[in-house]
Design a protein around this ligand. Structure first.
Ligand SMILES: O=C(O)c1cc(=O)[nH]c(=O)n1[C@@H]1O[C@H](COP(=O)(O)O)[C@@H](O)[C@H]1O
Length: 279
């Protein structure tokens, strides 16, 4: 099945555009997990497997961020693999690694991620130029999400800069990705921040059929109403990610699992005005 079909199916089955971000920070794990005398990597594994179990009915996708796994040292990739295998097969799995390098290196990144069957998509950084994406564009069952207008304050340093053409760098990226998609069977999508809803229109309208990965709601304060307005005329399927506001919703309580589930359900419901346009 190609990536876009699987994405549409995942959103349709869960009736949700929610993507749960798996960002395991050892300092924020629930007390009920850290109280156990087991090594950190095992704490992360237990924590995330439970998070997956209690959120799965509310989301279409999971986005493990590699930084948090790599910080666990040599155990990190093993834990990443164990967490991946716990994710139900009908969910979209986006490895958030933000890779981007010269082609001979990128080929190895592509191998590292695409060899893992469970990974459907990968985040990529286009700063080194658009040919660096090519090694990732050889598999129709996979998708890439390329940083186009990020959620952080520093998006203004480069991405929101206006060029002499009058376009921002973000718009140039969107236009180039649209061109690339015409020649590729691998799905090309964009990462756009919910915190930038007001500035998103020219970016997403440059590539209206792009699947979107949208972080920035929850702890970063992006407005769902503003996002819903901005997405009104967008054709590509969106996934709206939240990490901390869901997975750490219950870290001080004995029944932390219920708080995590409730937080995911609550965000799924808040996203309903967006989701209902696509299901
Ligand atoms: O590529 C990303 O997912 C990403 C892009 C971006 O512009 N902003 C952004 O926050 N992210 C990631 O999305 C997640 C957001 O986490 P929360 O702020 O806890 O919801 C983190 O894993 C970030 O690395």
């Amino acid at each position: 099945m190609n990536f876009k079909s699987k994405l549409g199916k995942a959103i349709g089955q869960a009736k949700s555009t929610l993507c749960v971000g798996l960002d395991p920070n050892l300092d924020l794990l629930p007390n009920a997990i850290t109280d156990k005398e087991i090594p950190p990597a095992q704490q992360v594994e237990q924590f995330l497997k439970t998070v997956i179990d209690v959120t799965t009915e509310h989301c279409a996708a999971y986005k493990p961020n590699l930084g948090f796994f790599e910080a666990l040292g040599s155990e990190g990739w093993t834990t990443f693999g164990k967490v991946l295998s716990h994710i139900p097969n009908d969910k979209i799995v986006i490895a958030d690694a933000k890779r981007g390098d010269i082609s001979s290196t990128a080929e190895h990144y592509a191998k590292a991620f695409w060899n893992r069957k469970k990974i459907d998509a990968l985040t990529l950084n286009p700063l080194m130029g658009f040919e660096t994406l090519d090694p990732f564009l050889k598999e129709s069952s996979k998708g890439i999400y390329v940083l186009a207008l990020t959620s952080n304050p520093g998006a203004k340093d480069i991405l929101l800069r206006k060029l002499s053409s009058g376009q921002t760098v973000s718009e140039v990226i969107a236009n180039q990705l649209k061109e690339k998609q015409r020649k590729s069977d691998t799905s090309i999508g964009m990462v756009v921040g919910a915190t930038k809803a007001e500035q998103l229109t020219p970016v997403i309208s440059s590539f209206p059929e792009a699947p979107l990965l949208i972080p920035g709601v929850g702890k970063q304060g992006g407005s769902i109403n503003a996002l819903a307005n901005t997405l009104e005329n967008h054709n590509g399927l969106p996934l709206i990610n939240s990490s901390r506001s869901i997975i750490y919703a219950g870290n001080d309580t004995a029944n932390w699992q219920q708080d995590v589930a409730a937080s995911a359900e609550n965000l799924k419901n808040k996203l309903a005005p967006i989701t209902q346009r696509y299901v």
